[in-house]
Each structure stands twice: as C-alpha cells, then as structure tokens.
Design a protein around this ligand. Sequence first.
Ligand SMILES: Cc1cc2nc3c(=O)[nH]c(=O)nc-3n(C[C@H](O)[C@H](O)[C@H](O)COP(=O)(O)OP(=O)(O)OC[C@H]3O[C@@H](n4cnc5c(N)ncnc54)[C@H](O)[C@@H]3O)c2cc1C
Ligand SMILES: NC(=O)c1ccc[n+]([C@@H]2O[C@H](COP(=O)([O-])OP(=O)(O)OC[C@H]3O[C@@H](n4cnc5c(N)ncnc54)[C@H](O)[C@@H]3O)[C@@H](O)[C@H]2O)c1
Length: 472
Amino acid sequence: MDRISCDLLIIGAGSGGLSVAAGAAQMGADVVLLERHKMGGDCLNYGCVPSKALIQSAKTAHAMRTAGQYGITPVEPQVDYAAAKDHVQSVIDAIAPMDSVERFEGFGVRVIQEEGRFISDTEVQAGDHIITARRIVIATGSSPFVPPIPGLDSVPYLTNESLWDLRELPKELIVIGGGPIGMEMAQAHLRLGSKVTVLEGAKALGKDDPEMAAVVLDNLRSEGLEIVEDATASEIRGAEGAIEVETKEGRVFKGTHLLVAVGRKANTASLDLEKAGIETTRTGIKVDDKLKTTNSKVYAIGDVAGGLQFTHVAGYHAGVVVQSAMFGLPAKAKTDHIPWATYTDPELAQVGLTEAQAKEKHGDALDVVRFHYNHNDRAQAERHTKGLIKVMIHKGRPVGASIAGHQAGEHINFWAFALANNLKMRAITSMVSPYPTYGELNKRAAGTYFSPKLFESPMVKRVVRLVQRWLP
Ligand SMILES: Cc1cc2nc3c(=O)[nH]c(=O)nc-3n(C[C@H](O)[C@H](O)[C@H](O)COP(=O)(O)OP(=O)(O)OC[C@H]3O[C@@H](n4cnc5c(N)ncnc54)[C@H](O)[C@@H]3O)c2cc1C
Ligand SMILES: NC(=O)c1ccc[n+]([C@@H]2O[C@H](COP(=O)([O-])OP(=O)(O)OC[C@H]3O[C@@H](n4cnc5c(N)ncnc54)[C@H](O)[C@@H]3O)[C@@H](O)[C@H]2O)c1
C-alpha cells in the first residue's frame, strides 16, 4: 500500500470536486483528487452539456419547420439522430480538456483514477493508496434514481446515462417524470421527430411557480407533446420496441422506448461513510450550513449534499469550502440567491422566492409585478412573444424573480445579481437598457413597480401642476 498525506483530499472530479481542486491547488495547497469514472462528472458527460447540445439540434429542426413565420419557406428537416449524437459528443470533447487529468496535474493536483472509500474517520482508500488529509471533501454527485416500479427491471429502459449511446431516433418515447430532465429531453425528442408522452405523477415542472410553468407546458402541448399529469407509473410490461406503462389510475401508454427521469439518488453507497462517522439523510449526506458533515474534518458538496442539484450550486459550494478549508474562514452556504433554469423552449427560470413563498413570508407587505414578453419590441421582432417576468418585491427590494419565456435562463442572471447584492428596485430603474433588447424586460418590470407610485399619485400631480405654474 502506498501511503499519501496531503492538505486536502477530494473524492469525485465533477463540477464541485474540480472547482475545489483548482482553487485549493492554485492557492498552494497539497491536493489529491480521486475519480472512479470520467473526469468532469455528470454535468459534462451525462447531464448539462449533452442535454443542451441535443436541445440545440432540436431547436434547429424546429426553426426549419417554423421558418414560414419569417418569410422563409419552411421545410421538414431530415433528422440524422446519429449525427446529432455525434454533435453532442463533439461538444463534450471540446469542453473535456478543461476538466482533464493533464490540466489538473498542471495545477499541481495529484489525480488518482480510482474509487475512494473511507476505512477510518481520517483515512480513505483508493486502489493501492491510503490517503490521509487535513480536510476531506466528498463531491461524489448523484445517479439516476430507478424506482421500484413492478416490471421495470424486465424491459429495456433509458436514463440520462444511457440515452447518449442511443443512435436511432425513438419512434415513440415514453418519459416517466415531468421534472427538468424529463421535460427538456421530451421536447428535444419531439422536435427531432419522436412521438413523445410524458407521464408525471404529480404536476409537471412542479418545483417551479405554477403560473410560470403553465406558460412552458402550454407551449409544449401546442407543439404536440402529450403531458399527462397525476399519472404515476405503477406497472411496466413488454419488450424491446413495444413497452407498456400502466398508471395507478389504470391508463395504459405504449411506446417503443422508455426514459426514466424521476429524480436522483446521492452517490454514497460505496463510500463506507459509517467508518468515518458520517451520517446521511433521505436525500444525501447530512451537512450543516458550512457544508461540514457529522465528521468535522469532512465536507460534502454538490449533489451528494442532498440540497439543490445544479452545477452552479456545486461550484458555489466549492467556493464556500475553499474559504473554510484553506483560510479557516467561517463561510456559510446560503440558498436564497441561487437561480435555476430549465432549458425547454420557452425557458423557465427562478431566483429567490416564488410568489407563493414570498406571500407566505411577507404577507400584505409584498408587491408582485408582472411584465409580458409581448410588450417587448425585440420579442415582437423575433416572434418570441410568449411569456412573462414576475418580480416579488418587499420594502423596495426584489426578493424573488420568475421568468418564463425566450432565454429566461439568460435574463435571470440580472435578478440573481440584484438579489445577491441586495439591490433596491430603484437601482434597476436607474439603468439604461439598449433598445431593442430582451433585457429591457427587466427594467420595464421594475418600472411597473414604480409607475403607480408616479402616475397615480395625487401628490405627484399636485406638485407637477404647481411647478408648471411657476416655471418660466
Ligand atoms: C440530464 C441532466 C441535465 C442537467 N442539466 C443541468 C443544467 O442544465 N444546469 C445545471 O446547473 N445542472 C444540470 N444538471 C445537474 C448537474 O449535472 C449536477 O448538479 C452536477 O453535475 C453536480 O455536480 P457534482 O460535482 O455534485 O457531481 P458530479 O458532477 O456527478 O460528479 C461526481 C463525480 O464523483 C465521481 N465519484 C462518485 N463516487 C466516487 C467515489 N467513491 N470515488 C471516486 N469518485 C467518485 C463520479 O464518477 C463523478 O465523476 C443536469 C443533470 C442531468 C442528469
Ligand atoms: N436545467 C437544469 O438545470 C437541469 C436539467 C436537468 C436536471 N437538473 C437537475 O437534476 C435533478 C433531477 O431531475 P429530474 O427531472 O430527474 O428530477 P425531479 O425530481 O426534478 O423530477 C422528477 C419528477 O418525476 C415525478 N415522478 C416520480 N416518480 C414517478 C412515477 N412513478 N411516475 C410518474 N412520475 C413520477 C416526480 O413527481 C417529479 O415531478 C433536478 O432536480 C435538477 O436539480 C437540472
């Protein structure tokens, strides 16, 4: 056995682990990084990157079909699904060097491509190595949760891991789960030419504000996506190419392929956490607000920590841990300024409190303003007029923003900045936006907050009349 001692040991080289490793090593710490499978983790190999690349193929097909609205003869695209998958792989390949062993070794990180597991509360074994470290970071991510639905194990099914190997377009795709994975992949396959049915046990896009989710769901339905809500898959039958899913209510749906997208399970099984005194919860590793586990020398970050499961959250956690583990600062992880976006078309994005959460917290002291895309001239010019932005305001400051519409994921950055810096609505109206941009939506939403105060105030009218009388 090779014994290694270092300042920081990181288990898992995905979004979270890589960010900690890069930061800590470049600040001079002696860092060891373990990865049992692919550098870059889920986001690069099976998640964000391939899904967004496939969505772009689907958008292109959709643009060809709908070109008529811009005066261009529409055509039914010849979709080459295998070529679209090649495009997906080449996007992964283009990004992969950023997450590569070579790049991290260049930072001075010792990368060991082995699975890590605790053998005591201070030691981790990875292959022939036993590693002790001043601090340990668990960043092992999550995997697709495969529910114990009777019959599921007897039919071929896809998850976000195996989907990328498929080279032939599914003729009829059934998606179980109407969360972000299910809805993004359902629309992409619909636009690429599959017939797609989504079976959702509760409400589709149910983690978002229902008013905003409805904008997206209405559009998806109008494109031809079948979305069946309150439809829990309870039994599965059939064989390759002929799969049947029965719901609790007894409805039967038939398809050639099945995608299971019903959430995630934290990757803790192989870590032998009990040997290190690290406790888990129903959703992942138990952490405090400093991301420390029940073993005070060990942190858990990203998906495995069981909270919000996004790449940018894993990256944010990494920053918190670097401050705490490298500088001993009392850094805490917060969630109230974390945005998220679902990359359907139109997109759906949120930061801070939803309207329902804000009403519960602030009651009558809450103002809610809305501004619709169809009042934005750029949206009109490009015919992306579906959607709205909604801002929740308390005592002159935004406490939440929700956007459903074209590029909502881009526009939420603005409100994420405002919330992270506790800006006032006045700071937003003082900005001048170039015309015509979608960004004007943000300023106009803020203007909607002030306009009743300005245009419906008898006091303002009195002052204006008085000043006008005396002005030379
Ligand atoms: C289809 C899909 C689309 C997504 N799209 C988005 C998106 O658009 N935007 C967004 O923000 N998020 C998205 N996500 C979520 C995002 O991928 C995750 O939140 C993110 O990857 C979490 O990063 P992580 O570092 O916690 O884990 P991961 O990136 O999963 O990395 C964990 C790594 O640890 C390794 N590992 C596990 N156990 C061990 C062990 N014992 N020893 C050594 N190595 C180990 C794994 O092999 C893996 O490489 C998507 C997810 C999916 C599935
Ligand atoms: N754009 C993004 O940022 C993005 C994209 C994809 C995934 N992600 C991350 O990955 C996580 C996991 O995504 P997900 O979509 O798998 O999970 P999810 O938990 O968000 O949604 C799963 C859905 O499946 C439904 N469901 C569960 N069991 C069912 C059954 N038997 N029959 C029918 N429906 C059932 C649930 O009601 C739920 O709505 C997300 O929460 C998100 O954090 C992010």
